[in-house]
Write a protein that binds this ligand. Structure first.
Ligand SMILES: Cc1cc2nc3c(=O)[nH]c(=O)nc-3n(C[C@H](O)[C@H](O)[C@H](O)COP(=O)(O)O)c2cc1C
Length: 168
């Protein structure tokens, strides 16, 4: 599949997660377009249509989506609308309170109405445990995408792609 990984990262935590997602996708033979919000624009990915869109963000004040990520999302929506094949990950800190923890991940997922599972990592990914979490999540979103119906296929097939079926 052709996969877009588009993310924003202020101090590198979210970039670390994005790198691990990318490495897993590439190890499984997928082609990855890599866009860092605020540094690159969506047009740097060439053809904007992908089989899977993977968006990552750190969380700004009180659970907000960082402005550079909002700008990239606006570009994405203008180019391809709100794709069903879209997964969201991010990093945050629980010290900001449960209500605001990884708020950007939840906001972006709600904006797109995605049915994919979310991945939320506290600060930077640590050791084997987080590496395994990231790998498993990546495998799940790839499986969800491969099971999604193409345009024109019966909608009941979507039920088979319900992320709840993939919860370990
Ligand atoms: C100004 C500011 C506000 C933040 N607000 C939140 C917040 O509301 N919720 C949260 O989970 N993390 C919050 N954080 C923590 C960052 O999201 C977290 O450290 C993240 O891992 C940074 O990712 P990055 O290294 O990719 O930039 C905030 C950090 C900063 C600098």
């Amino acid at each position: 599949m052709r996969i877009l990984i588009a993310f924003s990262s202020l101090s590198g935590n979210t970039r670390d997660v994005a790198r691990q997602v990318r490495a897993r996708c590439e190890a499984l033979g997928h082609e990855v377009s890599w866009i860092e919000a605020g540094i690159q624009a969506l047009t740097d990915a060439g053809e904007p249509r992908h089989d899977l869109y993977v968006l990552g963000a750190w969380t700004d004040n009180a659970g907000r989506t960082p402005s550079e990520m909002k700008a990239l999302i606006a570009e994405l929506v203008a180019a391809v609308g709100k794709p069903a094949q879209l997964a969201v990950f991010g990093t945050g800190e629980t010290q900001w309170g449960e209500e605001y923890y990884c708020g950007a991940v939840r906001r972006i997922a709600a904006f797109f109405g995605t049915r994919y599972p979310r991945l939320e990592i506290e600060q930077m990914p640590h050791g084997e445990r987080d590496a395994l979490r990231i790998q498993r999540w990546t495998d799940r979103i790839l499986t969800c995408t491969q099971r999604m119906p193409g345009p024109g296929m019966p909608s009941e097939t979507i039920e088979n792609a319900d992320p709840a079926r993939f919860v370990a």
